[in-house]
Design a protein around this ligand. Structure first.
Ligand code: XMP
Length: 202
């Protein structure tokens, strides 16, 4: 579903800091209200799909934690929750980096109907490899849900089953998404200007 862009705004104070280090405006792509409405829709689609099936939600750390907290409280079917930690190593264009999954955090998925939940689908490599791993670990079925899907970036052939919002090809932060581990606590999703990406490095 295409996202209405509310335009460039200057978020005010309730977090006590301005997310733009360069002091410029921040482009809010998804406000708190828009996120809440999108997540309610996702939860209702998920509840409908798993009405007859016992559900195991598996969140991909760390970006999905804010989404997970809001989403699972609106899912209206019995469910279990697990998390996993995945890190992809940088590869070349022709040889994508390998995905390393922390085995200590892996939930039990054998004979379970698994819903993988991630913050954003970019190239699609992370989720497509995780789907294979869940099947290898004996999951009975594996579906995927993402809050955001970036337009024009996907390389891996994966069609997510549940998508919150489609967004333009911009680097986004907030609502769990980070830049250098900062900004996860912003209650909205904002696109970072290139000046801010530079400023945040310092
Ligand atoms: P792939 O390319 O495997 O990547 O679909 C998914 C992971 O890449 C990270 N990612 C982002 N993180 N803002 C972020 O904070 C972004 O715009 C962005 N694009 C990709 C994220 O960790 C995601 O799980």
């Amino acid at each position: 579903m295409p996202v209405e862009l509310p335009g460039t705004v200057r978020p005010q104070g309730r977090l006590g800091f301005h997310p733009s280090k360069s002091g410029g405006s921040v482009k809010v792509l998804l406000s708190e209200d828009e996120l809440a409405a999108g997540i309610a829709r996702l939860a209702s689609e998920i509840s409908e799909r798993y009405r007859e099936l016992p559900l195991t939600v598996v969140g991909v750390l760390t970006g999905s934690i804010v989404l997970l907290a809001d989403l699972i409280r609106m899912i209206e079917v019995p469910m279990r929750l697990g998390v996993l930690q995945a890190r992809s190593y940088r590869g070349t264009t022709t040889h994508p980096g390998k995905l390393e999954v922390n085995p200590d955090l892996m939930p039990e998925v054998r004979n379970r109907h698994v819903l993988l939940v991630d913050d954003i689908l970019d190239t699609g490599r992370t989720l497509s490899q995780l789907v294979i791993q869940m099947h290898d670990m004996g999951a009975m079925s594996v579906r995927t849900a993402v809050l955001l899907r970036k337009r024009g970036r996907q390389q891996a052939p994966l069609e997510p089953d549940f998508v919150g919002f489609e967004i333009p090809n911009e680097f986004v932060v907030g609502y769990g998404l980070d830049y250098n581990d900062y900004y996860r606590n912003l209650p909205y999703v904002a696109a970072m200007e290139s000046a801010d990406l530079e400023a945040a490095k310092t």
